[in-house]
Design a protein around this ligand. Sequence first.
Ligand code: TYD
Length: 139
Amino acid sequence: MQIVKYVFQQHGDERGRLVALEEMKDIPFEIKRVYYLYETKERVHRGFHAHRNLEQILICIHGSCDVLLDNGTEKKVISLEKPYEGLFVPNYMWHEMYNFSSDAVLMVLASEYYKEEDYIRDYEVFLKMCKKDEDDDTV
Ligand code: TYD
C-alpha cells in the first residue's frame, strides 16, 4: 500500500512558523470542506469508515495522533505529529484515528461536502466492495 504523506513548505523566521495551503497546488483537490477534531478523549477511536468518492488530507496541527489505513488487503499505521505534515486518505480507504494526545487538533481538508450517502460504515461491506473491485480488475 502506498502511503502519501505531504511535507508542506514552512515559512519560518524569528517570529515563528507559518504553513500556507492552496487547493490544486499544495492540496491535490478543490477544498470543499474543512473540519477538525479536538478535545478527543483519551483512548477514543474515531472514524471506522471509508468513502465512496471523498478524498481527504489529515493534518495534526497540534499534538499528535495515529491513523490506521486499511485498503481491504493491507493495513498501515501512520503517526501524525507535525503541523506541516499531511496524510492523504483516498476513497475506498478504511480509516481509524486513535492515540490522540490530550492537546491534539486534527484538521481535515475534504474534497466534497458532507454527505452521509458517501460513507461506507460497515467493514464487511467495505471488504466486499474491495474484493469486487479486485475481481473486476482481473477480468
Ligand atoms: P462522525 O462521522 O461520527 O465523526 P468520526 O468519523 O470522526 O467518528 O461525525 C460526528 C458528527 O459530526 C456527526 O453527527 C456528523 C457530524 N459531521 C458533520 O456535520 N459534518 C462533517 O463534515 C463531519 C465530518 C461530521
